[in-house]
Design a protein around this ligand. Sequence first.
Ligand code: PLP
Length: 298
Amino acid sequence: MGIIKKDPYIQPLSKDWYSNSISEVAMLRLDIVHDVISGNKWYKLKENISHCIRKGKDTILTFGGGYSNHLVATAAAAQNFGIKSIGLVRGEYEYSTPTLDACLAYGMQLHFLSREEYSQKNDMHWLESVKQKFGDPYIVPEGGANAEGVLGAQSIAEYIPDNHYTHIAVSVGTGTTLAGIVNGTSSDVIGFAPMKGGAYLNEEVRTWVDKDRHSMYRIVDDWHFGGFGKWKPPLLDFMNEFYTINSVCLDMVYTGKMMYGVNEMIASGKFSPKDRLLCIHTGGLQGNITIADKLICA
Ligand SMILES: *Cc1c(COP(=O)(O)O)cnc(C)c1O
């Protein structure tokens, strides 16, 4: 079962970019697997979709904001497998967004919830009422953050050679992808949270990480640039420079902030000259649409 149009590969990053303070920096290009079901999103969805099919359900329901990569990936993946999809959207929108337009184009039915109602998205009783209302769909939490999501994300490790990289860098929204990678590899995993105060995720993901691996990851939140989805000119300058040097387009919500952080960690001597770092490109390039005029690659 798959939607992968192009297999992910590991791309070495230009040595100019990190000088001699670390032995090697490379990037696992998950962004190229599919135009819409991009990066980590397919991996988090695939076990959910097969579970949905096994349960004999014809509809998948999930949650997201107006720019959610997960929402549009779910819409496209569901359509691909002939499953109906419903998206419950956070907040009411006076205008649609390009992401929501794409969801509709993939046949997703959208329902808008007030922020207050949306905040109940993980409450069991409230979810029971959602089930009743929408005819018992297969429910995937926001961001694909469930055990199936973690299991699917673990298969990303198949693209990573054993015992080569000392460290892996990955961007963290819910931490589902990070947990899967920690469970599937033997490297130290550094998670970069793109929101203020994201270090709380260290606790959140613990339940998903195998017990003997709790010391193998840490989540840092120093590079949020004002908060989730926010940016400042130095971030975009960095992303443009990164593209010029490596021909890799980063997204401004997740991977741009991660690579900015990686760059600062390298520059401030946080790695040893023997370390080998693999950065995961988790995709999300559709999120650049609102700032396309400021990026050379979008
Ligand atoms: C969704 C997303 C993430 C976060 O993934 P989680 O599994 O929720 O931590 C990271 N990077 C990109 C580009 C994303 O779209």
